[in-house]
Design a protein around this ligand. Structure first.
Ligand SMILES: C[S@@+](CC[C@H](N)C(=O)[O-])C[C@H]1O[C@@H](n2cnc3c(N)ncnc32)[C@H](O)[C@@H]1O
Length: 213
């Protein structure tokens, strides 16, 4: 659905036979210490601490604009801090109906489903394409309001909406105004966060066109 992946930062030669990312990092190369970019596929190692570190890096790189879109496949551990961190920035989540199967490097398709349930978290602007691709295997939800806890993510969305993936210094003031106005609109009208942001962008554009700063 993303038209391919530019990077799989937690991978192996065997996994790439399936994922086929343009670039990937193995454990030996340590994907956590490398720059991430573009469209990312991430199914992080499940060892204690690894998931949190990889999720944190994904969110930070996405908010910074280095990662433009991503699909994160993780255990559906909705009570963990790392899951909430991921939800703070993702745009949609697919909770699968039944458990998925993984392909073992040597043995091929595993005979049984995974022992934990999984979720696919989507980062990016193509929510409709994500729904089309993932609704056949589960239900898709769009987290509402969670990213309010992360102003940086909110601002990132604002920059994208006003067509500035990298915020020029001169617009920083506008983005902060936009952020505050969008939160107010969302609160006042009880509408979705992205709708409130769009309304705030319209207001800002109208004000700019009218010559106000
Ligand atoms: C759960 S598997 C996912 C493999 C593959 N990305 C996929 O989706 O099929 C996690 C992979 O991350 C690798 N890995 C562990 N620590 C890593 C690190 N610091 N940097 C890059 N890869 C790592 C493991 O060797 C393993 O191949």
């Amino acid at each position: 659905m993303l038209g391919g992946f530019d990077l799989d930062p937690a991978s192996s030669n065997e996994a790439q036979q399936t994922v086929k990312a343009s670039k990937y990092f193995t454990k030996e190369q340590d994907g956590l210490s490398r720059p991430w970019h573009g469209r990312v596929w991430l199914n992080p190692p499940f060892a204690h601490g690894d998931i949190a570190n990889f999720v944190s890096k994904l969110v930070n790189e996405y908010v910074a604009g280095h990662v433009t879109a991503a699909i994160l496949l993780v255990h559906n551990y909705t009570d963990t801090a790392w899951f909430h961190k991921a939800v703070s920035a993702c745009r949609a989540i697919c909770f699968t109906a039944g458990r998925i199967n993984f392909i073992h490097a040597e043995k091929g398709l595993a005979p049984g489903a995974a022992i934990q349930g999984q979720a696919f978290l989507y980062f990016g602007d193509g929510i409709d394409a994500f729904r089309t691709a993932f609704e056949p295997i589960g239900f898709v939800v769009e987290p509402r309001g969670s990213s309010e806890k992360h102003p940086l993510f909110y601002l990132d969305q604002a920059y994208r909406l006003i067509g500035k993936p990298v915020l020029p210094a001169g617009l920083r003031r506008h983005a902060a105004v936009l952020f505050g106005r969008a939160v107010t609109i969302q609160y006042e009208r009880g509408i979705r966060q992205d709708e409130a942001l769009a309304a705030a962008v319209s207001e800002l554009k109208a004000r700019s066109a009218g010559g106000a700063s």
